[in-house]
Design a protein around this ligand. Structure first.
Ligand SMILES: [Cu+2]
Length: 156
């Protein structure tokens, strides 16, 4: 069973390397490995009733590909949606009307209590973005953070 699982992992990794290659990105390592930065993100509710992401803000580099490893350590469902602030507000309003709407978007993931998941994302554009949980009430309870993408090569 384990071998099958590993095989799937390799296939996924290969598929992703191909995807990166097709975007003209150079692999820094051969041999099936895309070298990602990995960032752990925890979703949880606090005793005071607030709901948070840890870390509470993200600073990314333009062109960087990151694997976000998300874990819902809270008691209710949570989601992680990366978008610009205006799009998140629109999405939030839609969620208030249709709280159970499903996301098939690659920039979003919804996790049940205790569940983990991941998003692999390449930050192509600089700017100020946001990551948020758009389940009704959660944004207001604190589940949003600034996502800044900078062109650090230009700064040097
Ligand atoms: Cu939430």
């Amino acid at each position: 069973m384990k071998a099958t699982h590993l095989k799937q992992g390799e296939d996924a990794e290969l598929a992703c390397c191909d995807h990166l290659r097709s975007q003209g990105l150079k692999l820094v390592d051969s041999n099936f490995h895309c070298r990602y930065g990995e960032i752990d993100i925890i979703m949880l509710e606090k005793e005071d009733g607030s709901m948070v992401f840890e870390p509470a803000a993200l600073n990314m580099k333009k062109g960087e590909t990151v694997r976000f490893l998300l874990t819902n350590k809270g008691d209710s469902d949570h989601e992680f949606v990366m978008d610009d602030v205006v799009a998140n507000q629109k999405h939030k309003l839609a969620m208030e009307k249709y709280p159970d709407m499903e996301h098939a978007d690659p920039n979003a993931i919804r996790l049940e209590s205790g569940e983990s998941g991941e998003i692999v994302w390449t930050f192509a554009n600089t700017g100020k973005f946001e990551f948020a949980c758009l389940i009704p009430g959660h944004y207001e309870a604190g589940m949003h953070g600034a996502l800044t993408v900078e062109d650090r090569t230009a700064a040097n």
